[in-house]
Each structure stands twice: as structure tokens, then as C-alpha cells.
Design a protein around this ligand. Structure first.
Ligand SMILES: [Zn+2]
Length: 317
């Protein structure tokens, strides 16, 4: 961990911001976090993918505020991997990497959000915090498991563990109850397409009847975007919001891939490019609205500019 960039980041931005205390539990937003075992070189280099000149000029990364939410908490850690790792560890590792990549690319307001409240109230706190920060975009990072009926057991390093080698792959979720549904869909599609462009396949199994109450509607079969309207962090946030299940950690092969720097690098790169595209697409029509208001205050002009926003959201590419 001797990278100069990382040292600067830690020194300058390693700010713990206790924003509010709910009983004994505090939610902490970190602008930076040092995580042992994550090599900044491994992903810092991979994340520096060239972006188009169009994106670079249209998007002001320094004023764009993305909140990257680490799914679950240390005490309420979510799923267990096939080898006994906690989902929270996987989420923290990947989310930290994504934040670092975006900071490196000039998205200097990017915030890593860590919640310590293990209860359901912690979900509300995540959305509340992002709303109070006035974030432009919200991304919640998770890793997937399977319904109990698919769980099998095996022995790993002398310990009995659970696994399922079905349903590898990532998935992207949005909520139609988010106030910016079009923006959420746009960002979800951008992430899904960037992952696909890097050879990563989403899992289609959420549409199957056997998923029971975890069955979801697939809203974009190309990008792998599902609807999950009830998710608190997607519906209570006032900015476009997406939840990424980055892969299945209960799947024995996929767990190993997700532990490897290469896969995390690909996912990080995909997310960073999606953020840059989203920022660019959202910046251009906003500028159009500003121009319309300045030169012609008629409602018709402003309405036309707003329609441009909708069209840009509906056609991200
Ligand atoms: Zn989760």
C-alpha cells in the first residue's frame, strides 16, 4: 500500500464523517477507506480506461457527486460465500475500489458510504444520508446468494460450508418507485452494457417461477436490468439509484473469480465508465434547459428542452 496516489487520498480525504447517531449506532460516510488486502496498483491501472473526448467535455466530474453504498454492515453481513467469507467484506472491497477509480478519474466528490446500523433502520439511514448530501447518483454494491432450497454443503479447509454452483453472474436492480425512474434505468442500462462489453454475463434466473418472492421483472434483457421496486435504498433515495449484485459468492468458481483482482478490475472499470457516460448524458440536456431558459422563457421552449432530457434518458447510446 505504498502508492503515492493512495497515500495522498488517505491523507487528504480519509475523513470519517459521523453524520447522525441513532441510539448506539452511527452511520459513517468515508471519503476514503484503507482496506487491507486490496492492492491499489491492481485496480488503479485498470480503471484508467480512456474516455471519449465527448464525455470528457460534457461531464464535470469534479462537481458530480456519486455515493457508493457498501451493502449490509459488519454485524449484519448479508450472505456467506462458499468458503465462509461475508458478503459485507466482498461489498466493502469492491466499493472501495470503485471509489478509488472514480477519484483517480477526477470524480473528486465520490463518497463511500458505510453503515454500521445492522437493523432495518440502517437502510433508511443510507438513503437519508445520500439525500442530505444532495448526491447526483447512488449505487449500492452487493454480492449474491441463492434461495435456501438450492443450498448444498461441502467441506472446505476442514469446515462444513454451504454452496450452490447454479446461477453465476451479476444482476442490476432499479425501482420504479424512485422519483427519477428514467435516470435509474439509464444508469442501470449503462452499467449492464459496460459489464457485457467486458464479457461478463448477467444471470437470467430472477425471472424464473422457482425464485418465488425473489422473482423479478426483467426490464432490459440486453443489459440485465431487473425491477425491484420495494428496495428501500432505491425507492427512498431522491436521485437516480441502482443496486448491483456483482456476482454470486455462494458459487464456488465465481467466488474465486470475485476474489481475484482481474474480475474486480473489470467490474470497477465498467462502473466507472457507466458513471462517466451517465454524467455526460445528464450534463448535456441540463445545459440545453439552461440555454432555453436564458434565451426564451416561454413554457414551450423549456418543455422541449425537458423532452430532450427524456429522450437522452431513453436512449443512452
Ligand atoms: Zn446483499
Amino acid at each position: 500500500m505504498s502508492s503515492r496516489k493512495t497515500s495522498n487520498w488517505r491523507g487528504k480525504n480519509q475523513v470519517i464523517v459521523p453524520w447522525r447517531t441513532y441510539g448506539a449506532n452511527a452511520v459513517i460516510a468515508l471519503f476514503a477507506l484503507f482496506v487491507c488486502g486490496v492492492s491499489p496498483h491492481a485496480w488503479g491501472q485498470k480503471s484508467a480506461a480512456p474516455r471519449s473526448a465527448q464525455q470528457a467535455t460534457a461531464c464535470d466530474g469534479a462537481s458530480f457527486h456519486l455515493v457508493v453504498d457498501v451493502g449490509h454492515s459488519e454485524k449484519s453481513y448479508g450472505a456467506l460465500s462458499a468458503r465462509g467469507g461475508t458478503e459485507y467484506e466482498f461489498n466493502l472491497r469492491l466499493a472501495t475500489q470503485i471509489v478509488q477509480a472514480l477519484l483517480d478519474q477526477g470524480f473528486t466528490k465520490t463518497t463511500l458510504l458505510i453503515t454500521t446500523d445492522p437493523k432495518r433502520s440502517g437502510l433508511l439511514q443510507r438513503a437519508d444520508r445520500a439525500n442530505k448530501m444532495g448526491a447526483d447518483l447512488f449505487l449500492s454494491i452487493h454480492h449474491d446468494s441463492v434461495p435456501k432450497k438450492f443450498i448444498e454443503t461441502w467441506e472446505y479447509e476442514g469446515e462444513k460450508r454451504t454452496f450452490s454452483d447454479r446461477f453465476p453472474g451479476h444482476s442490476v436492480f432499479i425501482s420504479n418507485d424512485n422519483p427519477d425512474r428514467a435516470g435509474s434505468l439509464l444508469f442501470g442500462q449503462l452499467i449492464g452494457r459496460e459489464l457485457k462489453a467486458r464479457g461478463l454475463q448477467y444471470t437470467p434466473h430472477y425471472v424464473e417461477p422457482f425464485m418465488g418472492n425473489r422473482r423479478r421483472v426483467l426490464v432490459d434483457a440486453d443489459a440485465g436490468v431487473y425491477r425491484f421496486d420495494q428496495l428501500v435504498v432505491l425507492r427512498m433515495t431522491r436521485m437516480p439509484a441502482v443496486l448491483l449484485e456483482a456476482g454470486s459468492i455462494i458459487h464456488r468458481d465465481e467466488e474465486l473469480k470475485l476474489l481475484a483482482p482481474e474480475r474486480r478490475g473489470l467490474i470497477t472499470e465498467a462502473v466507472a465508465d457507466a458513471v462517466a457516460s451517465f454524467c455526460a448524458l445528464r450534463s448535456k440536456p441540463n445545459a440545453a434547459i439552461a440555454r432555453a431558459s436564458k434565451t426564451d422563457t416561454s413554457a414551450a421552449r423549456t418543455k422541449r428542452a425537458k423532452q430532450d432530457v427524456s429522450r437522452a434518458a431513453a436512449k443512452p447510446r
